[in-house]
Design a protein around this ligand. Structure first.
Ligand code: GAR
Length: 217
């Protein structure tokens, strides 16, 4: 099967992008990254992508007074690079409904919480403040509402007594780097699909056991 041509959108350090790039460096992986695109010209992730030999581009949102024009420029760059699929990896701009619909069911995001808890920013601080005992991360298909959409995969971590937002974030990030490539693999292999706004595994189950805290490969 041809590898799924994937564009990755970043805004910052790009550690999730690097986790995806490492997975895609294996020629047997069912997806490949054709472009890493940042809205921030200074994003550290751009250099990391170049280290992997991946083409990079910048579409600076400040150059676009209208959000629709920014979104259209993103889509145009992605399509020009041959992208059939898009992964948001720490992309910190809200995308308008037009972009989301153009890439419907071809657009994944990773979010540092167990959605639908703690949508938005400062998830680790808010998890600590709420006193939850489990926290984690979620890979989901993107819908126009913030951090909303069919959930592909989640991983949970315990909140430990001495956790700060930083220690908790580091434990969650380790899981992000595991589940994002694993989720992209399932989507690229057509092992999961969206049905009625739920992700269904090809076994016909909502979750065959592999989508929550997936085992180490
Ligand atoms: C990650 O923790 C990602 O889950 C989060 O930003 C960080 C980016 O780090 N994304 C969001 O909060 C999106 N709502 P990275 O640039 O090292 O991948």
């Amino acid at each position: 099967m041809a590898r799924l041509k994937t564009g990755v959108l970043i805004s910052g350090r790009g550690s999730n992008m690097a986790a995806l790039a490492e997975a895609c460096a294996d020629p047997g992986f069912p997806a490949e990254i054709v472009l890493v695109l940042s809205n921030e010209p200074g994003a550290a992730g751009l250099g990391r992508a170049q280290d992997f030999g991946i083409p990079t581009a910048v579409v600076d949102h400040r150059a676009f007074p209208e959000r629709a024009a920014f979104d259209a420029a993103l889509s145009d760059r992605l399509e020009a690079a041959g992208a059939e699929f898009v992964c948001l990896a720490g992309f910190m701009r809200l995308l308008a409904a037009g972009f989301v619909e153009r890439w419907r069911d071809r657009l994944l995001n990773i979010h540092p919480s167990l959605l639908p808890a703690f949508r938005g920013l400062d998830t680790h601080e808010r998890a600590l403040a709420a006193g939850v005992l489990l926290h984690g991360c979620t890979v989901h298909f993107v819908r126009p509402d913030l951090d909303d959409g069919p959930i592909v995969m989640q991983a949970a971590v315990p909140v430990l007594p001495r956790d700060t937002a930083d220690t908790l974030a580091a434990r969650v990030l380790e899981q992000e780097h595991r589940i994002y490539p694993a989720a992209l693999r399932l989507v690229a292999e057509r092992a999961v699909r969206v049905e009625g706004e739920r992700v269904i595994h090809r076994t016909g189950w909502r979750n065959d056991g592999s989508l929550a805290n997936p085992p180490h490969p």
